[in-house]
Design a binder for this molecule. Structure first.
Ligand SMILES: NC(=O)c1ccc[n+]([C@@H]2O[C@H](COP(=O)([O-])OP(=O)(O)OC[C@H]3O[C@@H](n4cnc5c(N)ncnc54)[C@H](O)[C@@H]3O)[C@@H](O)[C@H]2O)c1
Length: 252
């Protein structure tokens, strides 16, 4: 087990890819704080981990709230005494519909930025004092391959995920002295459950498969190894990086 006794918070851990991160982190021995605005789903994931003899704790959080993100970090420390890993996975993604940029309202734009970029900032602010005191920490920010490829009709989402890369690079330089690693992952289009039905036609899915070196659908399990690596001591000298996990669709 590569993460024995480490404490990992996963935001948006209740469904989709975040759920897969929670299960994988627990399998490697981490005590997992499953943090989600969908608190019932978070509870189900925590219960599932416990059934598998892992350790997990569900905490409701709205990542746009300074009070609630602080409460999330406080709850993790109260329950497990430390915070080693933060996976900033929560986002508005499947909740959004693709549209021409002229149809995106300023309110929708602000909401996407509030969850997808300010949410990371607030979660990081909440865990930083604990990681600094521990003289070690791992922050893993989930960006998106849409930034690398450019993706039409999703301007708010792609802009927010580009911000994740900028945040990752700049923060890495600020907290290197605290021995905190800050890295990002850019997943390719992943069949995550909620984006499965009605979002892509069979033809579009086939087109995506053809763009990859490995010509199959990308699934959450394809991403967990990179999260485990970035959460583990094996990546202690890697920071400020964005790892593109997409089966070789894009090569940057
Ligand atoms: N699925 C893909 O193809 C893909 C590709 C690239 C990047 N990503 C990124 O991976 C992550 C997970 O993707 P997914 O497909 O599982 O998405 P999803 O939409 O199924 O899950 C998003 C999660 O974030 C949570 N969330 C939303 N708003 C929140 C808030 N205000 N506070 C707390 N939690 C909140 C949701 O409850 C949910 O658990 C997202 O950051 C997404 O942008 C996904």
């Amino acid at each position: 087990m590569r993460l024995r006794d480490k404490v990992a918070i996963v935001t948006g851990g209740g469904v989709g890819i975040g759920r897969a991160y929670c299960l994988a982190l627990a399998k490697e021995g981490a005590r997992v704080v499953v943090a989600d605005i969908q608190d019932q789903e978070a509870g189900k994931v925590a219960a599932e981990i416990k059934r598998l003899d892992g350790e997990a704790y569900a905490v409701p959080v709205d990542v746009t709230s300074p009070e609630k993100t602080q409460a999330m970090a406080d709850a993790a420390v109260k329950k497990y005494g430390r915070i080693d890993v933060l996976v900033n996975n929560a986002a508005l993604y499947t909740a959004l519909t693709k549209k021409f940029f002229m149809e995106i309202t300023p309110e929708e734009w602000d909401r996407v930025m509030a969850v997808n970029i300010k949410g990371l900032f607030l979660c990081i602010k909440a865990v930083y004092p604990v990681m600094k005191q521990q003289k070690k920490g791992k922050i893993i920010n989930i960006s998106s391959g849409t930034v690398l490829g450019g993706s039409p009709y999703f301007l708010h989402y792609v802009s927010s995920k580009a911000g994740v890369i900028g945040l990752t690079r700049s923060l890495a330089r600020e907290v290197g002295a605290d021995n905190i690693c800050v890295n990002a992952i850019a997943p390719g289009l992943t069949i995550s459950g909620s984006n499965q039905e009605g979002v892509l036609t069979p033809e579009q899915r086939e087109d995506r498969r053809k763009r990859r070196c490995f010509q199959r659908d990308q699934v959450p399990q394809d991403l967990v190894g990179t999260v485990i690596f970035l959460a583990s001591d094996d990546s202690d000298f890697i920071t400020g990086q964005t790892i593109n996990v997409d089966g070789g669709a894009l090569m940057h």
